[in-house]
Design a protein around this ligand. Structure first.
Ligand code: AMP
Ligand code: FE
Ligand code: FE
Ligand code: ZN
Length: 276
């Protein structure tokens, strides 16, 4: 039987339901041999996951899903084989999370000025360990009964043109790519189905190492299309389940979205070439 490899999943260190230990145990249970934990804007769950993986025989590749934006559009990059102790990377990630928290506090203050009874602690309850964002604020507002549903929060208050909107810090995909390669890692465009094709090509020209071809949101046609781009531009192919532990109706996706051992081999070869 061929190796089972899934390189995209989340723990409680971002917006996943399971702790690193729980997730690695679950991966073992569904028969995965190699995984990567790719929390949003955090590498804090990796040491625990790698230690557990070592104990039970699941290889855990250090990973990260980093949030960037281009022309007001959010673009996620996946990073693999990064040195998680890299100073610049650590500094950047904590700066990013601090900035997101300050911004959430400004939004909450605006909501309070509009007469809504909400505090930053209400929002933090929904953010767990993840970089805090508007979805957490919307969930808190629903929970407090300030609005009827999630979307109303955006329509009435915190949408891009709403009265409580605040901009967030801008991080370009290009600067994130540099951060990743300086930390010894490889960078990939995550779930490109959400990215305009012209932007995709720009990112490839800017030095991205590969594309996430396998993702639950991709149709068979998209998979073929992105694989074509990978071949055309001599890129690496990656993929996985983007498992959040049932939080996004993905409760049974772990173990079902796999890349081939050849894809992983090509990533390792690229790393060797880079370090030579
Ligand atoms: P943030 O990064 O904090 O600005 O939050 C961005 C996220 O908020 C997006 O990824 C969406 O999930 C969500 N979002 C933004 N605008 C809307 C909207 N009009 N309706 C629903 N969700 C939205
Ligand atoms: Fe997520
Ligand atoms: Fe993503
Ligand atoms: Zn993800």
């Amino acid at each position: 039987m061929s190796m089972k490899i899934d390189l995209h999943m989340h723990t409680t260190y971002s917006d996943g339901a399971f702790s690193p230990t729980e997730l690695v145990l679950k991966a073992k249970k569904v028969g995965l041999d190699v995984i990567s934990i790719t929390d949003h804007d955090s590498v804090n769950g990796l040491k625990e996951a790698m230690a557990v993986g070592k104990e039970i025989g699941v290889e855990v590749i250090p990973g990260l899903e980093i949030s960037t934006d281009l022309d007001e559009k959010e673009i996620h990059l996946l990073a693999y084989f990064i040195d998680i102790d890299n100073d610049e990377l650590q500094k950047y990630l904590s700066f990013f999370r601090d900035e997101r928290l300050h911004r959430a506090k400004r939004i909450v203050q605006k909501l309070r000025n509009l007469g809504l009874s909400i505090t930053i602690d209400d929002v933090m309850d929904h953010a767990q360990n993840s970089a805090i964002g508007r979805p957490h604020i919307a969930n808190a507002m629903v929970n407090l009964g300030l609005i009827n549903n999630y979307y109303e929060a955006f329509e009435k208050y915190i949408g891009d043109y709403g009265p409580a909107f605040e901009r967030k810090i801008h991080v370009s995909p290009q600067s994130a790519t540099k951060l990743i390669s300086d930390a010894g890692g490889l960078s990939f465009i995550a779930h490109p189905g959400y990215v305009k094709e012209s932007i995709l090509i720009d990112l490839i020209k800017a030095g991205i190492d590969g594309i996430e071809v396998i993702h639950p949101s991709h149709s068979e046609n998209q998979i073929n299309f992105y694989r074509g781009i990978v071949n055309q531009y001599c890129l690496l192919e990656v993929g996985g389940s983007d498992f959040h532990g049932g939080k996004k109706e993905d409760g049974d996706s772990l173990g079902k979205y796999l890349i081939s051992p050849n894809n992983l081999e090509a990533m390792r070869n690229m790393l060797h070439k880079n370090s030579a």
